[in-house]
Design a protein around this ligand. Structure first.
Ligand code: GDP
Ligand code: MN
Length: 391
C-alpha cells in the first residue's frame, strides 16, 4: 500500500524527523489562508499523487508570492499530472501540499528497502540526491552506499557513520549528527510500520545548515496491513484503479493491463501461460484475472462483470481447468454474468477437467453465444482473430 507524501511527512514528524511545515488542501480557495500559516516566501506547491518524478512533470512548483501559490494550486488541482512514472494518461491531482520553501545547499538520497538477496533491510544513502536514483545507480553506482541491518541487533550508530563519512566534502558536525539521527529514525519507522520502502529524496542540508526531509515516500507491506490498522486508515482508494478496487472487494486476483482481450483463468500459473498465448497469437491481454482454484459461481460472475466493465475489452477468453472448481459451476457463473450484462462481445471458451460435459451442456442450453476451443493455442488464435485489425 502506498501513502501520500504529506501523510508520510506527518509520520516522519511524529517520529522526530525534520520536515518542512506544510498543509494539504483540496481546493485552491484554501490557499490564501494557508499562506498566512505557513512561512514564505518561497512556498512550494506539490501535487499529492502516488507517483514519483513530479518535479520533472511540473507537479512541484516553487513560488514567491501568495497569488502564485493560488495560481499553482489551481493549475494542479483537478488536472491530470503526467510524470515519468505515471504513463501517458497521467493521474488526477486531488490534493496539493503547500510547504515553506527552503534554500537548499546540498541534496542527498536516503532510502530503506528489504534486500531480498541479503534477506535484510538495507539503508541506501547517496551523495547524488534530488535526481532519479535509478539513473545514479546505472551511471555512477560508486556514489550509492549501502548498510545492511541485522534485525536482531537493529540499526547501529557506527553504520550511520559509515555512510555519512563517505560524503565529500564532509558536512558540518551539526549536520552529520542530524543526518545520523534521520537514519536511525528511518529504520525505526520502517520496522514499526512494516514498510517495504521508506525514501527521502532529497534529504536536504539547507544554507543555514539544517537537515530537512524535503520529499517522503512510504510503501507498506500489504501482508502486514492486518496489524497496521492506523496506517490502513491512510489509504487513498481514489488512487487505485476502480476495477482493481472492485476485484479486491470480491477477493479476486485482478490486475489491469493495456490490451483488449479480457481473460478469465483459474490458477496464477495458468493465467500467466494464457497471457503468453494471447501475446503469442499477436494480441494483447486486457487483464490478469485468476479466479482461484476454489472459485464459486458468484466469484465467476463477479470476475466476468469486472472484465465486461472494462470498455477496452473487445473479446473474452475463458480458460478453465476444472479441478476443485467444477466446469459446470464455471459455466453457470459465465451464463449468469452474460445474461446480466447483455454481453455483446465475442466469447471464446476452453474448458477441460471435472464435469466438463455438464459444463458444456449448461453453456449450450443457455443461449449465450460463444466459440469453443479444443485446446489452448486454438483458443488464443480464435480470440486474437476476433480483434485483429483493432490493435
Ligand atoms: P519528486 O520529483 O516527485 O520526487 O518530488 P520532490 O518532492 O523530490 O521535488 C522535486 C524537487 O523539487 C526536489 O528534488 C527539489 O530540488 C525541489 N524542491 C522541493 N522542495 C523544495 C524547497 O523547499 N525549496 C527548493 N528550492 N526546492 C525544492
Ligand atoms: Mn523526490
Amino acid at each position: 500500500m502506498k501513502i501520500h507524501e504529506y501523510q508520510a511527512k506527518e509520520i516522519f514528524n511524529k517520529s522526530g524527523m525534520p520536515v518542512p511545515k506544510g498543509r494539504v488542501i483540496a481546493s485552491s480557495d484554501e490557499a490564501p489562508k494557508v499562506c498566512q500559516i505557513i512561512n514564505g516566501p518561497p512556498w512550494v506547491v506539490k501535487a499529492q499523487v502516488h507517483a514519483g518524478g513530479r518535479g520533472k512533470g511540473g507537479g512541484v512548483k516553487v513560488v514567491h508570492d501568495p497569488s502564485e501559490v493560488i495560481a499553482a494550486a489551481e493549475s494542479l488541482l483537478g488536472k491530470s499530472l503526467v510524470t515519468p512514472q505515471t504513463g501517458p494518461e497521467g493521474v488526477k491531482v486531488r490534493q496539493v501540499l503547500i510547504e515553506e520553501g527552503v534554500d537548499i545547499a546540498r541534496e542527498f538520497y536516503l532510502g530503506m528497502v528489504i534486500d531480498r538477496a541479503a534477506a535484510k533491510p538495507a539503508m541506501i544513502f547517496s551523495q547524488a540526491g534530488g535526481m532519479s536514483i535509478e539513473e545514479v545507480a546505472s551511471q555512477t553506482p560508486e556514489l550509492i552506499w549501502t548498510e545492511y541491518v541485522d534485525p536482531a541487533v537493529g540499526w547501529m550508530p557506527y553504520q550511520g557513520r559509515n555512510l555519512v563519512y563517505k560524503l565529500d566534502p564532509l558536512p558540518s558536525p551539526g549536520a552529520i549528527k542530524q543526518l545520523m539521527a534521520v537514519m536511525a529514525a528511518v529504520y525505526k519507522v520502517f520496522m514499526t510500520l512494516d514498510c517495504s520502502l521508506v525514501e527521502i529524496n532529497p534529504l536536504a542540508v539547507t544554507v543555514s545548515d539544517g537537515v530537512l526531509a524535503l520529499d517522503a515516500k512510504m510503501n507498506i507491506d500489504d501482508n502486514a496491513l492486518f496489524r497496521q490498522k492506523e496506517v490502513l486508515k491512510l489509504d487513498d482508494s481514489s488512487e487505485t484503479d476502480p476495477l482493481e478496487l472492485m476485484a479486491a472487494t470480491y477477493n479476486l486476483n485482478y490486475i489491469r493491463l493495456d490490451g483488449n482481450i479480457g481473460a478469465m483463468v483459474n490458477g496464477a500459473g495458468l493465467a500467466m501461460a494464457t497471457m503468453d498465448l494471447i501475446k503469442g497469437a499477436g494480441a494483447e491481454p486486457a487483464n490478469f484475472l485468476d479466479v482461484g482454484g476454489g472459485a464459486t459461481e458468484e466469484m465467476i460472475t463477479n470476475g466476468f462483470e469486472i472484465i465486461l466493465k472494462d470498455r477496452r475489452v473487445k473479446a473474452i477468453l475463458v480458460n478453465i481447468f476444472g479441478g476443485i472448481l467444477r466446469c459446470d459451476v464455471l459455466a453457470r457463473g459465465v451464463v449468469a454474468a452474460a445474461e446480466k450484462s447483455g454481453m455483446r462481445i465475442p466469447l471464446i471458451i476452453r474448458l477441460e477437467g471435472t464435469n466438463v460435459t455438464e459444463g458444456r451442456k449448461v453453456l449450450e442450453d443457455s443461449g449465450v453465444k460463444f466459440l469453443v476451443a479444443k485446446d489452448l493455442s486454438e483458443a488464443a488464435g480464435l480470440v486474437a482473430s476476433q480483434v485483429s485489425g483493432e490493435n
